[in-house]
Design a protein around this ligand. Structure first.
Ligand code: FES
Ligand SMILES: [Fe+2]
Length: 399
């Protein structure tokens, strides 16, 4: 009897400690709040590359726009009216009606068309005006901009190109059949005051891992162990030119002996699909987790980031939460730096820094001449391509 009572007490204590741990270090670890100073932010933005690289960007989840629904979504320095007709097709239109600029997202869906709330003009998903209730004549010019849209990974994505050209690549699913059978776990959303290129450069910046990402979220464990990263990044070619592949093998190492602890670490691979999407794959002994991460620029140094988390069926939720907790704690440490940094157009690089300029060179494919005219700061940006090429050569020479 006494043994049972002791076992119950022990279980209660362990349960409480685990609960506290998750409440404090996993769930409760919120990132530092950003203080927005418009003058400083304007100045900071001057040095960064253009705010809207070319590519596919997520507007929202497919499930947010059910049949017959319309929603206003902000992205790429403007607002969109996103709606789904009775035929199941999604239309993405500029939010302001071409007639007298009422907000189309305040309208209604009728059949497969979007009806403006002001004078009830009807627009098809291709932007053409289908009907004006008080006029027999629908002028040929009565149309609004319709954006090229696809649904992939359960997301509604639009194609953005500063020259207005058609998609140069397709966001095919990129998931294996096994992964497609994974179960949806959760979604998180955050607005970051960063340029989305900073995230891409992070993977190529090998030297910061030992400085920023060497600790676990379990504070007492850090007295005995640290995390050692082995990193690699490669860039796609030909029809995969818009892709890049990053991998990180994180091992736990005993501080006393500098020896790694077997089976304690994890492996993460990241596939970049242009500037707006990534697939993270975490492989660890306790669970495998797949994360689709989206970056949608809203304005200069303002990015909406969303994480959609999936795992094999039957994976315990607590294990998924632990892996996500570790990953997001690492990520929050990065964000705290990115939100306060500037963009070094000609960084002072040394051996061991990693292929940062190769990453910049890869990323420069997402900007064209017209990208630089996007904002009032045009002309103050420095074109990265020429600088990047010059420094890639220096990088190669320094090895
Ligand atoms: S403003 Fe849209 S119909 Fe008049
Ligand atoms: Fe980082």
């Amino acid at each position: 009897m006494l043994q049972i009572v002791l076992a119950v007490i022990l279980l209660a204590i362990v349960g409480t400690l685990v609960g506290f741990y998750f409440a404090i270090f996993v769930v409760g670890k919120k990132r530092e709040k950003f203080t927005f100073d418009p003058v400083y932010e304007k100045e900071r933005a001057k040095h960064y590359p253009p705010p809207y690289p070319n590519g596919w960007f997520s507007l929202c989840s497919s499930g947010d726009i059910t049949k017959g629904k319309v929603k206003e979504i902000e992205a790429l320095g403007q607002k969109f009216a996103v709606f789904r007709g009775e035929n199941g097709e999604v239309g993405v239109l500029d939010v302001y009606c071409p007639h007298l600029n009422a907000n189309l997202a305040g309208g209604t869906v009728k059949g497969n068309n979007l009806v403006c709330p002001f004078h009830a003009w009807e627009f098809k998903a291709n932007g053409k005006c289908a009907h004006i209730p008080y006029s027999d004549n629908v002028p040929r010019t009565a149309e609004t901009k319709a954006w090229t849209v696809v649904e992939n990974w359960g997301l509604i994505m639009v194609w953005y190109h500063s020259d207005g050209i058609a998609p140069t690549w397709n966001p095919d699913s990129g998931l294996s059949d096994t992964e497609k059978a994974y179960k949806y776990h959760s979604k998180t959303q955050d607005t970051l005051h960063i340029h989305l290129q900073d995230f891409a450069e992070n993977g190529a910046d090998y030297a910061h891992f030992a400085c920023v990402h060497n600790l676990l979220t379990i504070p007492f464990a850090n007295r005995f162990v640290y995390v050692k990263h082995t990193l690699n990044i490669e860039f796609g070619e030909g029809d995969k030119q818009h892709q890049a592949y990053f991998s990180d093998t994180a091992e736990l190492v005993k501080r006393s002996t500098d020896q790694k602890i077997e089976h304690a670490g994890g492996h993460a691979t990241v596939t970049f699909f242009g500037p707006g999407f990534l697939i993270f794959r975490f492989t660890t002994k306790i669970a495998n987790v797949l994360l689709i991460k989206t970056f949608t620029p809203l304005g200069e140094l303002k990015v909406r980031m969303e994480d959609y988390v999936y795992a094999p069926k039957g994976t315990p939720g607590l294990m998924i939460k632990y892996i996500l907790g570790e990953a997001s704690a690492q990520f929050h440490d990065d964000i705290a730096i990115w939100e306060k940094k500037n963009f070094a157009t000609k960084p002072l690089l040394v051996k061991g820094d990693g292929p940062i300029m190769k990453m910049r060179s890869w990323y420069s494919q997402f900007y064209t001449e017209s990208s630089y005219a996007q904002k009032s700061f045009a002309g103050q940006y420095r074109k990265p391509t020429a600088v990047a090429e010059e420094l890639v050569e220096e990088e190669a020479g320094s090895r």
